[in-house]
Design a protein around this ligand. Sequence first.
Ligand SMILES: [Zn+2]
Length: 158
Amino acid sequence: MQAAHEFYQRIADSVLAGGASAHDEELLGEHLAHCAACSQHFEAGKRAVDALRGFSFPPDEEGQAKVRNLLRRHARQIAAQRLQRRRMAWIWAIALVLTVAGSFADWQLAGLLARFFHLRPAELRNGLLSGWILPSIGIALFMPFVLLAPSNRRGRSI
Ligand SMILES: [Zn+2]
């Protein structure tokens, strides 16, 4: 007897999914007329399908405008993120160049620059190291972590 109910409930599911023949629908109708359990199964399924339909197709103009606005805002955020990433990639490249240039200046030109600025080479070296090389190394090392982070938090707020 239980097997018969499962048979009819499977038919009910395919009727709800829109894949049942007219004969199946007729069989189901006859059974539902005198079976409370299967009627309940069918009604619950119908409510779920109706709710899903209402969710995927906002019925009114205002609802559709809201969905369009959300999508548009999401697209803008993604574009802004992409631009920010490109900007940070540039900063990283510049920091790398500055690191190389600063190191080169330190190693090759310290004596020359010291004479030019009337400083002792050690003072100039310290100045270059703390004011140029270390900051740019810092940025160059830090930037990949920012660039490789999966996504920036603001983008997930929807
Ligand atoms: Zn039944």
